[in-house]
Design a protein around this ligand. Structure first.
Ligand SMILES: C[S@@+](CC[C@H](N)C(=O)[O-])C[C@H]1O[C@@H](n2cnc3c(N)ncnc32)[C@H](O)[C@@H]1O
Length: 333
């Protein structure tokens, strides 16, 4: 699934991507001593339909989803099979991504029933936040991340001690807010002012304005470099990098070139009682075996286990199929 990728929190047009200067080589990460962590793979984390979200159908290059009260129809290039539901179900969508103008915001959506605003209220396990019709067909949330959110909130609760979380490429803040609600102190980093603004709106809606969350608008690599220099440490590090992105000062992020360097910085940021390092990767020509190999090399000497696989969403109803959304790899002690 294509993901928000520019500093504006949105997927850039291919032309913009092609025109971007190369990132330049990052320093090669050091070869870490010690044994590689134990390995478990494949691990498939499946999101099942529930009252907050459901994948109603998919096929023919599209998906039909229910986000709280609204049904949303969007392109989905993984859906190369046929639809299960008949046309009327698809035609009854409240919002359809058309992508047929260059306009920012709502212009690229059609609302066949009643005109809708840019946002609408949603919940995830009782946490309130806003769904959004964004210019690049995203909805302000990636429901397939629910498996990671549950894992993180369980780890925070089970730790029974103060837990610090670093959320790099944090977007609209769902992971940060859920971690904060579970009791963690959170540092949320995103290059996009707009994404940070949206995340803060979500913070307010979630009733978490007093929660210890630092919102940082910065390039993820720059921030991690500075944190390493400062000697900061985190118990949980989350990274959900886009394939391509830009920092606020135009810093170029290219996942396949820059991930080894950033991951090594993240390793240096782990506390002496670390709980998890969780990486998700979308829209890359790669395999979870590649993430697994990179993670186990980077985390040599840490003990624990690295498990890798895919985040998938199961359709609702009879004869459901599963939609693959992304690759992930996570280290656990
Ligand atoms: C894939 S989204 C993250 C989604 C989020 N983790 C979630 O599940 O809701 C990618 C985010 O990375 C941000 N981004 C892109 N390039 C960046 C960079 N160089 N440094 C920091 N953030 C960046 C974008 O603004 C966008 O919000």
């Amino acid at each position: 699934m294509p993901r928000p990728a520019s500093a504006s929190g949105e997927t850039p047009r291919p032309a913009a991507e092609a025109a971007a200067p190369a990132a330049g080589p990052r320093p090669a990460p050091p070869k870490r001593p010690g044994a590689r962590p134990a390995e478990r793979l494949p691990v498939i984390l499946t999101v099942e339909p529930d009252a907050d979200y459901a994948l109603l159908d998919s096929g023919a290059g599209e998906k039909l989803e229910r986000y709280g009260p609204l049904t949303v129809r969007r392109p989905e290039n993984q859906a190369i099979w046929g639809k299960r539901l008949a046309d009327p179900a698809w035609e009854a969508a409240d919002a359809i991504f058309t992508g047929d103008t260059d306009e920012e915001g709502l212009g690229r959506w059609r609302f066949p029933k009643v005109p809708l605003g840019e946002t609408w209220p949603l919940e995830h396990k009782g946490l309130s936040y806003l769904g959004r019709f964004t210019s690049y067909r995203h909805t302000g949330v990636f429901p397939e991340q629910a498996g990671h959110w549950a894992f993180v909130t369980d780890a925070i609760a089970a730790a029974k001690r103060p837990v610090k979380v670093l959320n790099l490429f944090g977007y609209t803040g769902l992971a940060s807010l859920l971690a904060a609600r579970a009791g963690a102190e959170v540092t949320h980093v995103d290059a996009s002012k707009k994404a940070i603004l949206w995340a803060r709106e979500n913070q307010e809606l979630a009733g978490l304005t007093e929660a210890p969350i630092r919102w940082i608008c910065e390039d993820a690599v720059r921030y991690a470099e500075r944190e390493v220099k400062r000697g900061s440490r985190y118990d949980i590090v989350l990274l959900d990098p886009p394939r391509f992105g830009r920092g606020p000062k135009g810093e170029v992020w290219q996942l396949l070139d820059d991930l080894p360097y950033l991951l090594d910085l993240c390793r240096s940021l782990m506390s002496d009682k670390p709980l998890a390092l969780i990486l998700t990767a979308y829209s890359i020509r790669s395999s979870f075996y590649s993430l697994q190999a990179l993670m186990t090399e980077t985390l040599r000497g840490m003990g624990g286990t690295v498990e890798s696989g895919e985040l998938i969403i199961r359709e609702a109803g009879e004869d459901a199929r599963c939609l693959s959304t992304s690759l992930f790899s996570r280290w656990i002690p």
